[in-house]
Design a protein around this ligand. Structure first.
Ligand SMILES: Nc1nc(=O)c2c([nH]1)NC[C@@H]1CN(c3ccc(C(=O)N[C@@H](CCC(=O)O)C(=O)O)cc3)CN21
Ligand SMILES: CC(C)C(=O)C(=O)O
Ligand SMILES: [Mg+2]
Length: 279
C-alpha cells in the first residue's frame, strides 16, 4: 500500500480545492464536477480522479439504507458518513447535507446542526428550500459557515410537492424560483444546487446571480457545475432512474475510468446532453 505521493497531495498532486479556487474556476468558466460520496474508499478514489466537490448527500438514505425517501435520514447519520469521507478525502471540497428536521426549527437549530457537520469535516453545508431559509442562510454565513442552497426539486419536500417532478414549469413557478435564488444569493449563499428545473430557467438564474455557483442535476448544461448521485452514474442503482442520469460505466473499463469520464465530460460540456438529460 505504499504511495509516493506527498501526504497532502491529492489528485495528481493537486492543491486542496478551496472556495477561493472554486470562485476562480467559476470566473474562468471552468465547470465544477461534483459527485455524492458516503465513505472513505470512494472519497479517496473520487479525489484521485479529480472530482472537485464531494457531497455527503442525504440521498444516502435511499442508496445506502434502502429507504423510500430522504426523510428518515438523521443528523447523526450524516455526521457518521461525513467523518468517513473526511478520512478518505485529501483535496476535494467537502459539502454535507443538513437532513430533514435538522434546520427547520430555528436558526439556532440550524447552527447547531451545521456545527456538527463542520466538526465532522464538512467545509460547507447544504440546505433545501427558498423563502424562509434565506434568513437561516444569512445566520450561518455570518458565523463563518459557507452555505450551498438547493432549489427546484427539494426531495425533503417530496410529499408537499406531490412526487419527484420537474419544478419551475410555468411563469409563476419560474418567477418564485428566481426570486428565491436572488434572496439566497443576497443572504450569502455561495453555491446553489438546482434540481430538476428547465435548463433555460437554470441558465437564467445563473446569469442573474453571478456570485452564486449553480450546480445542476437535471437542470441542463448551462450551470456552473454538475452533480449526480454516485451509485446512479456507476449503474449500481436498480430500478427506474431519473432521465437526467447517464451511466458512465458504459464504455468504461472500470469505476475509476467512469469517474474520470464524468469529470472530463462535465468539464468539456459533453454532460449533460441538452436533449437527453435536460428538461
Ligand atoms: N438514487 C437517487 N438518485 C437521485 O438523483 C435522487 C435520489 N436517489 N434520491 C433523492 C432524489 C430523488 N430524485 C429523483 C427521483 C425521481 C425522478 C424522476 O423520476 N423524474 C422524472 C421526471 C418527472 C417529470 O417529468 O416531472 C424523470 O423521468 O426524470 C427525479 C429525481 C433525485 N434524487
Ligand atoms: C442529489 C444531491 C443534490 C443531493 O442533495 C443528495 O445527494 O442528497
Ligand atoms: Mg440531498
Amino acid at each position: 500500500m505504499s504511495s509516493h505521493a506527498t501526504p497532502e497531495a491529492g489528485a495528481a498532486g493537486r492543491k486542496p480545492v478551496t472556495l477561493h479556487r472554486l470562485r476562480e474556476m467559476h470566473a474562468a468558466g471552468e465547470k465544477i464536477a461534483m459527485l455524492t460520496c458516503y465513505d472513505a474508499s470512494f472519497a479517496r478514489l473520487l479525489d484521485d480522479c479529480g472530482v472537485d466537490c464531494l457531497l455527503v448527500g442525504d440521498s444516502l438514505g435511499m442508496v445506502l439504507q434502502g429507504q423510500p425517501s430522504t426523510l428518515p435520514v438523521t443528523l447523526d447519520e450524516v455526521v457518521y458518513h461525513t467523518k468517513s469521507v473526511t478520512r478518505g478525502n485529501r483535496s476535494a471540497w467537502l459539502i454535507a447535507d443538513l437532513p430533514f428536521g435538522s434546520y427547520q426549527g430555528s436558526r439556532e437549530q440550524a447552527l447547531h446542526s451545521s456545527v456538527a457537520l463542520m466538526q465532522a469535516g464538512a467545509q460547507m453545508v447544504k440546505i433545501e428550500g427558498g423563502g424562509w431559509t434565506a434568513e437561516t442562510v444569512r445566520f450561518l454565513v455570518e458565523r463563518g459557515i459557507p452555505v450551498c442552497a438547493h432549489l427546484g426539486l427539494t426531495p425533503q419536500s417530496v410529499h408537499a410537492l406531490g412526487g419527484y417532478r420537474v419544478q419551475g414549469r410555468g411563469e409563476s413557478q419560474a418567477m418564485t424560483l428566481k426570486h428565491h435564488a436572488a434572496e439566497l444569493a443576497d443572504a450569502g449563499a455561495t453555491m446553489l444546487v438546482l434540481e430538476l428545473v428547465p435548463g433555460a430557467l437554470a441558465a437564467e438564474i445563473g446569469a442573474l446571480n453571478p456570485g452564486l455557483m449553480t450546480i445542476g442535476i437535471g437542470a441542463g448544461p448551462q450551470c456552473a457545475g454538475q452533480v449526480l448521485v454516485l451509485h446512479d452514474m456507476l449503474n449500481v442503482t436498480r430500478g427506474k432512474l431519473p432521465r437526467f442520469v447517464r451511466n458512465f460505466m458504459a464504455g468504461a473499463s472500470g469505476i475509476e475510468e467512469a469517474v474520470r469520464l464524468y469529470v472530463q465530460d462535465v468539464k468539456n460540456g459533453r454532460f449533460p446532453d441538452p436533449e437527453r438529460h435536460s428538461y
